[in-house]
Design a protein around this ligand. Sequence first.
Ligand code: NDP
Ligand code: GDR
Length: 334
Amino acid sequence: MTTTRTAFITGITGQDGSYLAELLLAKGYRVHGLIRRASTFNTARIEHLYQDRHEDPQLFLHYGDLVDSSRLVTLLSKIAPDEVYHLGAQSHVRVSFDEPEFTGDTTGLGTIRLLEAIRMIGLDTRFYQASSSEMFGATPPPQDEATPFHPRSPYGAAKVYGYWAARNYREAYGMYAVNGILFNHESPRRGETFVTRKIARAAARISAGVQDHLYLGNLDAVRDWGYAPEYVEGMWRMLQADRPNDYVLATGTAYTVRDFVDLTFAHAGLDPDRYLRFDERYLRPSEVDALIGDASKARDALGWTPRTFTPELARVMYDAELLALDSPIPLSAA
Ligand code: NDP
Ligand code: GDR
């Protein structure tokens, strides 16, 4: 007899949370998600999931916030999930320089609030921490699980705190807690202010004649961009392993921001130099110059490998933007 497993996802309204909820529902999980109360709808990325399931709901949303410990305790004790995927965070690196304390509170302390809630309740659950390649920061590539951290932003520093919190609860209390150290992963559901989505959206709007220019900051940064749906599958695999461990997920390939512009505009049949402009507002006080991951450990231990690489990603994201221009369905739900 199989029993339905229950998952709890923080950050379910975000890019990764929405793909992970889809994946887990397809695997037969009952999925609970933490959402923030907002004056406008913030559930566009997951709306299709609960609309599909009116007769037999398997997706349940709960108001709460990572800064509200007592709410996390109440919710977790009521839901008693088998797996907790902690994806909620103030996830924008540039914004973390404007809001360093808030970023530390949500992205850093939010992790310990959740871990401590699990410990206090005595919940037997598996815990996934959304760690980031931003923790490597200034340490040159290639980066893997043994690479020293040198964060270059309040966001990166907060993620280092979350990483060590997860490891500490594993070592101190024997908790099944893992760190997925994920390199950049993108999709048509990426937030509009991250660079890949910004480029894809601008190219589509320029093609359609509704935008004139694309303003960017540093074009020389090197990133290892993969495809988000493949990365959430890696998160799930990490929690199915016999023992808790930490894993890098990455494609192992390197492209500059300028390369992403060129790939996207070439696919759109546009000359980037006609439209590209520089705006220093998009520069960061300290930049992460190059991130290129080595995901050999995840390949060997979990059988995880990336299938979509940056050139295809640029095409997929541009095509989705173009379709969305004519569609009444918001792209974040597509
Ligand atoms: P998004 O920015 O798309 O989503 C962030 C999510 O966190 C949203 O659901 C947001 O809710 C929620 N959130 C933010 N603050 C709070 C809070 N105080 N309380 C409760 N929920 C909150 O991020 P991604 O989906 O791209 O990333 C998921 C996680 O993985 C993040 O932790 C990110 O830092 C990390 N990560 C991402 C990588 C990437 O390339 N995408 C790479 C490595 C790590 P709302 O919708 O209300 O804003
Ligand atoms: P990143 O992603 O900082 O790597 O963090 P982002 O897309 O914001 O920046 C990538 C690189 O592009 C450069 N850049 C610009 N970035 C933005 N957002 N807007 C611009 O106009 C622009 N012009 C140039 C940046 O300087 C940077 O070098 C993402 C987030 O998802 C994190 O949460 C996650 O942890 C890391 O990826 C891995």
